[in-house]
Design a protein around this ligand. Structure first.
Ligand SMILES: *Cc1c(COP(=O)(O)O)cnc(C)c1O
Length: 406
């Protein structure tokens, strides 16, 4: 049994949180952009480079054998974490963005034809829009928007209208990054499958706050980045169903993704090597596995309840600020976006930064969603399991002060 979630045990494990920012203790409320890292994750990277650094799947000495074993064990850790059926369904990438581009440039490029449609929700991050626009341009397929409703949830009636025999791919976020909207992905996947379409789930936010079971969900593809999940930047995961991955052409060419190279022609490796050309981010893979083990050693449900409590406290504490409006408030999200009527979001962010409060201001890489809301940007408070009551009290006081000055 895991011990009950205790913030006092968690907070000290994050060295980056114990620093000053503009002469005041840092309050970090930008975890949806990237999360801070616990000491065990940092230690994994240090140990790797100061101990058994070696290339993987190459050479015959002991260091490379150790590195390779750890690298493949990390893949198994990810497999178990998302309950994939096979470990070779886990492909290492640089992050969610690279994984989405990989799917677009292999699966989609091979399968799309003129007249085919890719349904993309209006709530998406640019990483789940632009790769589809690029491959649509290359193949003559069309990107079709699934609109959202005024409450910032997906319009499921519109989705059902968009879903036709022409639909080949549906690309949606598990949880979105501007408002924390959770899309009904189980329903979306079931409906899309009935039309014979393949579903790509952007799990960059969802993986952090839910227990993901790709088999139960029946996602064809599920992608995420390590760095929002308490792991380093530059490492991420593409999950795909084995049969789909096997039928896909390779993307990058190079070492490890080949069986035999000759100038007469080249035969490619099987999974997962086919999609992992070149020397991979070994330290990143090991550190991601450490982050997952660490997270799984905690009471994750308790951690989410902690985050919910803090979010409610923040919302209650700023409610009476004049002109303040929460944009698309979602129940049970780990973040919220807001604006203050008549004041530019960047001006508020600057005044908060001067008080040591780090949060996100801007379009959050989601221009279409902001356009639909008629906004150029919002301020976003995004929480992680290491935030404290005191962080929220500091934020509330700082926002009141900022607004009184503007
Ligand atoms: C952060 C994010 C991405 C992109 O992740 P990278 O780590 O920058 O590749 C994609 N989708 C969502 C919903 C995100 O929050």
């Amino acid at each position: 049994m895991t011990a009950q979630f205790d913030i006092n045990q968690i907070r000290p494990q994050f060295p980056a949180l114990h620093q000053d920012c503009n002469d005041q203790p840092l309050v970090y409320l930008d975890s949806a952009a990237t999360a801070q890292k616990p000491q065990v994750v940092i230690e994994t990277i240090r140990q790797y480079y100061s101990g058994h650094n070696a290339n993987v799947h190459r050479g015959s000495h002991s260091l490379t054998a150790t590195a390779t074993a750890q690298f493949e064990r990390a893949r198994n850790t990810v497999q178990q974490f998302i309950n994939a059926r096979f470990s070779n369904e886990i492909i290492w990438t640089r992050g969610a963005t690279e994984a989405l581009n990989l799917i677009a440039q292999t699966y989609a490029r091979q399968n799309l034809q003129v007249g085919d449609e890719i349904l993309v929700s209006e709530l998406e991050h640019h990483a789940n829009i632009v790769p589809w626009q690029i491959v649509a341009e290359q193949t003559g397929a069309k990107v079709v928007k699934i609109p959202m409703k005024p409450d910032c949830t997906l319009d499921m009636d519109a989705f059902h209208q968009c879903l036709t025999d022409n639909t080949k791919i549906v690309a949606v976020a598990h949880i979105t990054n501007v408002t924390g909207t959770r899309n009904p992905i189980e329903q979306i996947i079931a409906d899309a499958h009935q039309q014979g379409a393949v579903v790509v789930v952007d799990g960059a936010q969802g993986i952090v706050h839910e227990t993901v079971d790709v088999q139960a969900m029946d996602a064809d593809f599920y992608v995420f980045s390590g760095h929002k999940l308490y792991a380093p930047t530059g490492i991420g995961v593409l999950y795909g169903k084995q049969a789909i991955l096997e039928a896909m052409p390779p993307w990058h060419g190079g070492g490890k993704m080949v069986e035999k190279v000759s100038f007469a022609g080249t035969t490619f490796s099987g999974l997962p090597g086919k999609f992992e050309a070149g020397t991979p981010n070994v330290a990143g893979s090991l550190a991601l596995a450490t982050a997952i083990d660490w997270l799984q050693s905690l009471d994750r449900e308790g951690a989410e309840q902690h985050i919910q409590r803090l979010r409610q406290k923040a919302i209650d504490g700023i409610a009476e600020i004049e002109g303040l409006r929460i944009v698309g408030l979602q129940a049970n999200a780990s973040l919220f976006s807001f604006i203050v009527e008549g004041v530019h979001h960047q001006d508020i962010a600057t005044l908060l930064d001067q008080q040591g409060i780090a949060l996100r201001a801007g379009h959050h890489c989601a221009h279409p969603m902001l356009d639909a809301l008629g906004l150029t940007g919002t301020l976003r408070v995004s929480l992680a399991l290491y935030n404290t009551e005191q962080d929220i009290e500091r934020f509330i006081a700082a926002l009141h002060k900022a607004c009184s000055l503007l």
